[in-house]
Structures are given as C-alpha cells and as structure tokens.
Design a protein around this ligand. Sequence first.
Ligand SMILES: NC(=O)c1ccc[n+]([C@@H]2O[C@H](COP(=O)([O-])OP(=O)(O)OC[C@H]3O[C@@H](n4cnc5c(N)ncnc54)[C@H](O)[C@@H]3O)[C@@H](O)[C@H]2O)c1
Length: 441
Amino acid sequence: MNQERERALLKKIKSREGITGIIGMGYVGLPLAIEFAKAGFPVISLDIDEHKVNRINAGKSYIGHISDQAIKVLSEHNCLATSDFSRLGETDCVLICVPTPLTRNHEPDVSFIKSTAETIARHLHPGQLVVLESTTYPGTTREVLKPILEHGGLTAGRDFFLAYSPEREDPGNTTFPTASLPKVVGGLTDRCLGLACALYESIVAAVVPVSSPETAEATKLLENIFRSVNIALVNEMKMVFHRMGLDIWEVIAAAKSKPFGFMPFYPGPGLGGHCIPIDPFYLTWRAREFDISTRFIELAGEINTAMPLFVLAGVVEALNDEMKSLKGSRILLLGVAYKKDVDDMRESPGLRLMELLQQRGAEVDYHDPHISVLPATRKYRFEKQSVDLTSESLQAYDAVIIVTDHSAVDYDFIGREAGLIIDTRNAMAGRTGVSARVVKA
Ligand SMILES: NC(=O)c1ccc[n+]([C@@H]2O[C@H](COP(=O)([O-])OP(=O)(O)OC[C@H]3O[C@@H](n4cnc5c(N)ncnc54)[C@H](O)[C@@H]3O)[C@@H](O)[C@H]2O)c1
C-alpha cells in the first residue's frame, strides 16, 4: 500500500501534476511558490494574511526585491493564493514556510508550526507529502510536527510522507537566486526522502539528501551559526583594530588575498534579520536538554548585540570633537533595513541605534529608499517616515550615520553635502570629492 502511494505520488511529481500547497507567503514561501509555478506545478499559495493573498492574486508584490512581474508568474500559471485552508485537501504536497521567532525569554517559538500542523491535520489524506521548511531545532519534524499530523489516525512514513528541507533563500541576492541553491533534504523514512528529493529536483539545481530530518535541521542551524560567529569575530576585530588605529576593512581586504583557509566576513553596526540573530538560539535551547552549553553562540550573540553601543560611542566622540553634545543634536540614520538592498527591518540594529540616540536626547530622522514608513515591530514603535535627501536637509544634520549601505543611495552626494559622516559599512571608502569629515565606527 505504502509502495503504491509512493509510486502514485512520484508519478504526479515527475509529471509536474502534483498540486503543491505552500503555507506562509513571506520572504521564503513566495519565491518558492514562484519557482514551483515556473516549473509547471499547480500551486496553491496559502496564508492567514488576507492582504498578501489579495496582493498575490492581483499580481502585486509586497516584498521589495520581488517584482510584480515575478508574482504574475503565479496568476499566469493559474496558481491562486487563498486563505481558505480547506484547499489543502486538494494538494499532493504541502510545504510549510511559517515564522519561527523567539519568545520573550529567548526560547524557540514553534507555535506557528504547531498551528499550521493542526490545520494540515484536518485536511491530511493518504499519499500526501508534507515538508517543513521553517528553520528550527533538530527534532522538531519528528517530535512536534509528526504527532500533530498523526492526530487524525494516519501514520507518517506509512500513510503519508514527511520530510524536512531547510530554506536557504537569501533575500535580494541576485547572484544566487532560489533555483540555483542546492537543497538539503532529510526524510522520516527512505520513501519520504525519495519523494521530497524528487519534488525539489524539479525546481533547484541540486538536492543534497541526508540521513534524517534531524540532520537537515542541524545543517541549517550550523550554516547560520557559522555566519553569526564569524560576524561576531570580525565585529570584535573591528573594535580591537579601531583602538589600535587600524582599519578593519583594509585588513580584511589584505587577508582575503590568501587563496585558502580564509573567508571574508564584514563588520557592521550589529546583526539583523529574521535568521542570524534568532536561529542560533534554537540550538542553544535544544542543547540545554542534552546538558551542554553553546558558549560560542552565546558569545557571538553578546558581541553582535553590543555593536550599536560601539557605534553610539563613535558618534558621541565625533560630535565631541566638534564641541557638540549628542543631546539636542540632529542625527540622520542612513538605512534602517538590516542589510543592503532589502526592505526588511526585522531585528535591524538601526532600530536599536535609533532608540539609543533618542534615549540620549538626540533628534533622529532616517532615510531608507526601501522603507518609506517605519512599521511598528515587537519591540519598537517609532512612527517615523523616511526623509528626503536634499542639500539643505543634509547640511542641517549634525551627523549622518551610514547604517545600511543600500546601492540606491548616492554616497558622493552625501559626501559633498553632509558635515560629519559616521560610516559603519565602509561605504565612503575610496570616494573622491568628499568634503564631509568621515569617521568609521
Ligand atoms: N527570510 C529569510 O531570509 C529566511 C531564509 C531562510 C530561512 N528562513 C526561515 O523561513 C521561515 C519563514 O521566514 P520568512 O522570512 O519567510 O517569514 P515571513 O514572516 O516573511 O513569512 C511568514 C508568513 O507566514 C504567514 N503565517 C504565519 N502563521 C501562519 C499560519 N498559521 N498559517 C499560514 N500562514 C501563516 C505570515 O502571514 C507570513 O506571510 C522561518 O522559519 C525563517 O527562519 C527565512
């Protein structure tokens, strides 16, 4: 029976007739839906957010780096978005791309995975394949997702198929678009693995099968912890070299001439985004159950979280040199997105910097070509709008802090018009015609 179901689903996948439901149309789910539609699969995009559903069906993007044209691929292929989760009953494959944040106590919040699993369970039928894509700790697929899905009496690995495949989407990265990224897949059984691999082989350049969902879950965490720790290391080097009067960016440029054994990471004002500041703590939490502490992760978190304070100290010192106090100064933050060329400000160090500056009496504005209004976040509610960059406005600020080095900003213009620039990204390096005083921090 199991074998028959496997054969039937494999046939549907190979012929690209398998109806694929994707739950969570955010930064991860939306590009994934587009890839499946492009590959010829009938896709049902599901989200609880009606606004996103309506935008997809109208062919209008709500994510900066994804064009209307890209979204229209869905409607052109008759792939509708819906918030009607009973449509899951029609699907052959279900991919889960819902958020996995941390709770207030810095513990994994898998409530989105749980509620999604409960919804799927109500519509689960024999022969379906369910794949979790959300980043999470090793054990989630087997210990959290599987029991909920099995509530209705079907057994994973026998009646339906279950796998984990982490998402490697790098928003805004045009060098490595979704389809070019190898996809790691771990199945609950060999059959689960085979089917999930067949599904992803239809849309990505390569599939990397691993022995279990836990290994696939751990792979994603290792990748993100690697980034977090290396960014912390280079941030620490920045502070050390700064004190020694050395330029970290020059040091990195020289070090990366070594053709092996060194990989450049770049310092900044801190760490942001939905992944790198959060995911490592999923492992920390899980490791505690195994009586082991994750010292590198904690240390990296400490260093990265403290970086806005280092920038703040640089601003205070630079103003002091000009006989000015931070209190009462007018400061412009250039870029509040957590990284270059995206419209995502989740966990952005720019927000923390804004808070630190305001707490000390500075008047703070921001400019970000990708974020016209600052939305409220779990932590902050600033109610600010991006200001225009003009000669007059730039001259009126006591300092301009480059927080995010968006490509759409004219740094030569900033260099000509501003008086003092605090550069946390090395964005002003090598520019000519700069009359502003540029201080790296
Ligand atoms: N953003 C990235 O760069 C990135 C990269 C790799 C992995 N991830 C991981 O992918 C997952 C999703 O991240 P994201 O950035 O796409 O998040 P997101 O917040 O952009 O999107 C999540 C979507 O899920 C929807 N949603 C929430 N609960 C739901 C429910 N119960 N049913 C249906 N839809 C629901 C939300 O409305 C939202 O549209 C997370 O686990 C994240 O860690 C993200």
